[in-house]
Design a protein around this ligand. Structure first.
Ligand code: ISL
Ligand code: CA
Length: 550
């Protein structure tokens, strides 16, 4: 059977620190704000916090551009605040994993300041420099944040590589000294008691050394070329043997650009690389770069079946939301006032009864929705600012692009956490936040839901309690019983002691389900509707039910 592990049984909650809670009224979230909310996290019942980057950064990409790996971003507080937060979390038995962003650093990192000084500087090879070629850039590789992946630096007249913004130069993992620096940073935080890492775009760290131009087809999804470097497994195995294997830690890699096969290799426990990975096929279903196309429920179900049909050496992650994707209730549920609560609960049941480690995102537990952006100026995201000009120059109408951004922009999930119906949703005591609060905070906020046993928040708490220590739900075999149904997602989890049936109507229709006779004897455990018992399973709009065989 599968090898049991704490990180396979527990639920992770992602905190985006700048938008979680502001403690000093400057409109920017901070670590003291997180400390103030640890009781809330404890009562919610999550087990692990994944903290998005808290390190010193000029914030070109909201902290995913690190200037000092051993210091806390001044806007977020001090190292003493970090230590206190870690101590308080541990007191409650809550683990902490932090964000390891080592495919690139900030261009303001001391290493880069040195590296760009001269071609023979000892830090030159910490980054990837190439000379001009026939008056051109070294090749046609693109940046994800617009334009070329090469930026010319006038001091030496050479170009440096940056897959993301030019303020995020890629680190050169070919350089053993650089790899040792990364290992040392990892030990610094693990020795403080951190429980592991989420590894930012980790498949991109090995570069194709021929730096050949990409073909037109490759240019459509450059991440596929970037994620197929020759030494990725070697670097991960070295990181594991040099660092991770010496701690009881967990690692989850952002499997950006990798195929399911490559992901399987990276997370095969026999290979000693990383424990888990985020595949984006589910959370980005229907996405074609910035376009959000239609998708069908059978397509979504097939992805869940694929990732759970794994052997005992692998373990998937389950998530519908993070800081790079729109709000799950707006993408997968129904954000209308009529069905928002019901569909948020349905997504809670889906996420917390699927096969794999669930990752919740701040605000998902109260059903926060996308933000009504009215103009490009309202967006903060460097990915939009960097690409906007190119996209409009390519002939895309401004309102078309704005309409698409209102479906898929990363900023939807970055608006401040909604704590109360008061000023700035109780996120800050100040009179403005770094990114505007969603105007629906008066109806959707923690405080309103805390006292309401029918709230989304209460539903998450109940499910988290029900799931804790329930090996049948956690390790039970997964089986989709209606893979072709267009509106209903119904599956079983069969453990050693109990079989559970989960029935989710992901539509606004009332549907008569002809479930196999044997399911009619199942007991209802929890539903998002006050259900009357009846012979057939007629499921109401966005109805979600968890049943258990006697
Ligand atoms: O798909 C994407 C690129 O178009 C983005 O969602 C994102 O850049 C990608 O998933 C990688 O994300 C990670 O690395 C980025 C950072 O901006 C993201 O916030 C981080 O999650 C660069 O560090
Ligand atoms: Ca603050």
């Amino acid at each position: 059977g599968i090898r049991k592990a704490w990180w396979k049984e527990q639920v992770v909650y992602q905190i985006y620190p700048r938008s979680f809670k502001d403690s000093n009224g400057d409109g920017m979230g901070d670590l003291q704000g997180i400390i103030a909310k640890i009781d809330y996290l404890d009562e919610l019942g999550i087990d692990i916090v994944w903290l998005s980057p808290h390190f010193d950064s000029p914030n070109a990409d909201n902290g995913y551009d690190i200037r000092n790996y051993r210091e806390v971003m001044t806007e977020f507080g001090t190292m003493a605040d970090f230590d206190l937060m870690l101590e308080k979390l541990k007191e409650r038995g809550i683990k902490l994993i932090i964000d390891l962003v080592v495919n690139h650093s900030s261009d303001e990192h001391a290493w880069f300041e040195e590296s760009k000084l001269s071609k023979d500087n000892p830090y030159r090879d910490y980054y990837i420099w190439r000379a001009e070629k026939d008056g051109q850039k070294p090749n046609n590789w693109p940046s994800f944040f617009g334009g070329s992946a090469w930026e010319k630096d006038n001091t030496t007249g050479e170009y440096y590589l940056h897959y993301f913004s030019k303020k995020q130069p890629d680190l050169n993992w070919e350089n053993t000294k650089l790899r040792q620096e990364v290992h040392s940073v990892m030990k610094f935080w693990l020795d403080k008691g951190v429980d592991g890492f989420r590894m930012d775009v980790i498949p991109l760290i090995s570069k194709q050394q021929d730096f050949a131009d990409m073909t037109k087809t490759q240019l459509k999804n450059p991440e596929i070329v970037y994620a197929s470097g020759p030494r990725l497994h070697e670097y991960l195995q070295e990181m594991n043997s040099e660092v991770l294997s010496q701690y009881d830690s967990v690692t989850v890699g952002e499997a950006f650009g990798v195929s399911a096969e490559l992901m399987q290799r990276m997370t095969d426990e026999r290979r000693g690389e990383i424990d888990m990975a985020f595949l984006f096929d589910i959370v980005r279903i229907g996405r074609d770069n910035w376009l959000q196309k239609e998708w069908s429920l059978p397509e979504l179900k097939a992805l869940f079946t694929m990732q759970s049909a794994t052997d005992k050496f692998h373990w998937p992650t389950v998530f519908l939301n993070n800081h790079d994707n729109p709000r799950s209730v707006s993408k997968f549920g129904n954000a209308s006032s009529k069905y928002r609560a019901a569909s948020s609960k349905l997504l809670a049941l889906l996420t917390l009864t699927q096969y794999g480690t669930p990752f919740l995102y701040q605000g998902e537990e109260i059903g926060m929705t996308n933000y009504p952006f009215k103009s490009f100026e309202e967006f903060d995201d460097i990915e939009i600012r960097g690409n906007y000009g190119q996209i409009l120059k390519s002939g895309v109408q401004a309102e078309t692009y704005l309409n698409e951004l209102n479906k898929s922009s990363r900023d939807h999930s970055r608006t401040p956490m909604q704590w109360t119906a008061e000023n700035q949703a109780g996120f800050t005591d100040g009179n403005k936040s770094w990114l505007s609060v969603n105007p629906n905070y008066t109806e959707i906020n923690v405080e309103t839901q805390l006292g309401d046993t029918q709230s989304v928040l209460h539903f998450y708490r109940t499910l988290l309690k029900l799931r804790k220590g329930n090996d049948d739900l956690i390790y039970g075999d997964y089986f989709d019983i209606l893979p072709d149904h267009k509106e209903v997602f119904a599956y079983t989890r069969t453990g050693e002691h109990r079989t559970y049936l989960i029935v989710l109507n992901m539509s606004e229709q009332l549907i008569d389900l002809n479930l196999p006779e044997n399911f009619h004897s199942y007991d209802l455990i929890i539903s998002n509707y006050a259900r009357k018992k009846n012979k057939k399973y007629s499921v109401r709009p966005w109805e979600a039910g968890l049943y258990c065989a006697k």
